[in-house]
Ligand binder design. Structure first.
Ligand SMILES: NC(=O)c1ccc[n+]([C@@H]2O[C@H](COP(=O)([O-])OP(=O)(O)OC[C@H]3O[C@@H](n4cnc5c(N)ncnc54)[C@H](OP(=O)(O)O)[C@@H]3O)[C@@H](O)[C@H]2O)c1
Length: 271
């Protein structure tokens, strides 16, 4: 059984046409056949996803393995794809990216240390289908599951973890001793970013979010509760080398501009 996206998402051209229409009219009028409805915040994705038991078990190709899914996690990208917010993506078919499970089959000519029966976790964003009983994953984004974490814990890590790692290390070039500000410290990406920044030796990690105790427990040196405090005021006079923004609003951008010569990274997507 697999969860499948039934309708086509808009093309890039169509998407921008929708955005222009939304801007001009404030909302979008629609009919049943159109995915425009899914672009408006007050309409839901109802009817767009279905559970199907008629999709074949996928066959792993070169560089891929077939895994029996034990756990899968949901990320914002899953609902954003389903709502058609990402132009040109998902033209129907199985959905779901974060996954953990057991390898059942290895694709032909695949070079890997992994063997059938290994417990693994990884990211099926390119191959799709982790919301199902079986899923194909590229070995390049698959690893053996550590024995001290459960299948559910493992499935919660890949996308958020890779995003936090890429943001802080590859794009942010965070160095030991530097100060980092993380907008959205209680989210999937932000909560891992706090821990990774501390592990990398950041001298100060400041995080914003509404769950103050959680952010402190994860290692944040200082926190700002955006629901109770004025962000601009609370951060006045502070200096940061890197701002990692997992929320992405004009308010955050304006605040980030204060920090002369810093690096600003925004990982929000199609909000
Ligand atoms: N997950 C991924 O792998 C991934 C990859 C690339 C890009 N992204 C994008 O990154 C963004 C965050 O993803 P996520 O997976 O971390 O989402 P998430 O787990 O849903 O977390 C979002 C968090 O945002 C917090 N929040 C909302 N408004 C805030 C504000 N004004 N200031 C501070 N915190 C605020 C909420 O915190 P409270 O509960 O404390 O209110 C919530 O925990 C999304 O736009 C997503 O599309 C995610």
């Amino acid at each position: 059984m697999r969860v499948a996206l039934e309708k086509r998402t808009p093309t890039k051209k169509k998407y921008h046409k929708i955005l222009r229409y939304q801007k001009k009219n404030g909302s979008v009028k629609t009919d049943d056949r159109s995915r425009h409805a899914l672009m408006t915040p007050n309409l839901t994705v109802e009817g767009n996803l279905s559970v199907r038991d008629d999709l074949p078990i996928p066959e792993p190709k070169k560089g891929q393995v077939l895994i029996k899914v034990h756990a899968a996690a949901i990320n914002p990208i899953d609902w954003k794809l389903a709502e058609g917010m990402i132009p040109g993506a998902y033209r129907g078919g199985a959905v779901g990216a974060d996954v953990s499970g057991v390898i059942e089959k290895i694709g032909p000519d695949t070079v890997t240390d992994l063997v059938v029966g290994d417990e693994v976790y990884g990211d099926a964003i390119d191959t799709k289908g982790s919301f199902g009983e079986h899923c194909v994953v590229n070995v390049a984004v698959l690893a053996k599951k550590p024995s001290n974490i459960s299948m559910m814990e493992a499935a919660a890590l890949p996308l958020c973890g890779l995003t936090a790692l890429q943001g802080l290390i590859i794009n942010g070039d965070l160095q030991a001793g530097q100060k980092v500000l993380i907008f959205g410290g209680t989210g999937g990406v932000g909560s891992l970013a706090i821990q990774i920044a501390k592990a990398l030796g950041a001298s100060e990690v400041c995080a914003t979010g509404s769950q103050v105790e959680l952010m402190k427990k994860l290692g944040a040196d200082s926190v700002v509760n955006y629901k109770e405090q004025n962000l601009a005021e609370a951060l006045k006079g502070r200096e940061f080398d890197l701002v990692f923004d997992t929320i992405g609003s004009l308010e955050h951008w304006e605040i980030s501009k204060r920090y002369e010569g810093n690096r600003y990274l925004c990982h929000y997507c199609w909000r």
